[in-house]
Ligand binder design. Sequence first.
Ligand SMILES: NC(=O)C1=CN([C@@H]2O[C@H](COP(=O)(O)OP(=O)(O)OC[C@H]3O[C@@H](n4cnc5c(N)ncnc54)[C@H](OP(=O)(O)O)[C@@H]3O)[C@@H](O)[C@H]2O)C=CC1
Ligand SMILES: N[C@@H](CC=O)C(=O)O
Length: 398
Amino acid sequence: MKIALLGMGTVGSGVARILLEQADLLAERVGEPMTLTHIMARSINNPYDLDLSSVTMVESIDEIVASDVDLVIELIGGVDHTFAFHKQLIQAGKHIVTANKDMLAQHIDELAAMANQKQVQIGYEATSGGGIPIIQPLEHALNAQHVERVMGILNGTTNFILTKMTEEGAAYGDVLKEAQELGYAEADPTNDVEGFDAQRKISLLSRLAYRRQINVHDIPVKGISQVDVEDLSIAAEKGLVMKLIGQSQFDGEMLHISVEPMFLPANHQLAHVRLAKNAIYVEGEAVGETMFYGPGAGSMETASAVVSDAMNIARFGFIGNVAPEQAVAVSAKETAQDYYIRLKTPNSQALHHLKEAGYTYESIHAEKGAFLLSNVTAEQLASIDESLGLSAAYPIVA
Ligand SMILES: NC(=O)C1=CN([C@@H]2O[C@H](COP(=O)(O)OP(=O)(O)OC[C@H]3O[C@@H](n4cnc5c(N)ncnc54)[C@H](OP(=O)(O)O)[C@@H]3O)[C@@H](O)[C@H]2O)C=CC1
Ligand SMILES: N[C@@H](CC=O)C(=O)O
């Protein structure tokens, strides 16, 4: 199989490394050579000091389309131009592997339908959870049942930042910089810290899990950029650990889906997922609870998933892309839950107000105005915020 690579950045360089350095192993497992013949890159990031002399460097997508490559690996990122590239490649009958969740979360329905018509396979294992196998399991190994719930830590950068803030009291800005240097963060890290990256991932995973089209922009999202390290240390006194959680549950009609920072009890399995690791629970009607854990970001970690997609396509060719025809309406979870809250201005009147209004609460740090509130709806929380003024409010996973 002849392969072209678009983008030679963090993940692209890892993919080139596996294709070139593991050529014998890949050929043995696939039954034919997986040959990297073309690279299209704006700049060459070659941290692994690879010998690229056998590869043709090209400057435009038209050269790739006109070439004899069978499969194109897109690791450029971005939405509009890559969407146009993917359409051009599918029309030309080239199989595609990508890690580009930003573009796919918006356009996968159209691309999958077009690819099925042209008998082109799209591999996108690396779009969610970096090196963790999760797309393939949802497409294949767990497809004998209705999936009822998906929940997890879906972003390496924010998990890295929250871990360092929680365990070391590190400053948000410093750890974000470290995550960027390690190649975890997106080209625009706003996508990570404001939760958009996790929003795209929970959208792609839920689409497969429930076999429904989802409008990614409808998914309620909150990020971690406003998280105060003080809340992490106050909540730790009660054994609570913060994680950015993406979750979805389908009741057959409505998809309850969201991304937001939540506190978890320290003995919860997800509380032990540290640094750039991710973990995802998938609950199926027959299988019950399954959990997938591993590296959520990074050069070689993500490249592992990308190359394995390419190998599957080389072995099995076109097997059909999941292309649900029905769309689903989405909303955030509406049931009552427990919350950690902190008042903007701590005062004893607040306690009185909460008591009068019939709320069950526990004071964690009276001087700092931090409480645990039990069994509160989002609507009730908004009314508490209006009357008392909250500087922080985070749901607690049961
Ligand atoms: N990093 C990670 O851990 C993960 C990344 N991903 C996804 O993988 C994709 C790649 O990410 P990553 O490797 O981190 O990003 P990088 O920014 O490191 O690499 C992207 C590369 O593409 C190049 N590029 C951009 N536009 C063009 C163009 N028009 N033509 C040719 N080359 C171009 C960039 O060049 P230049 O340097 O000149 O801008 C850069 O070298 C993204 O979709 C990302 O969301 C998915 C999972 C994990
Ligand atoms: N920026 C992303 C990279 C992988 O998808 C993350 O931090 O998880």
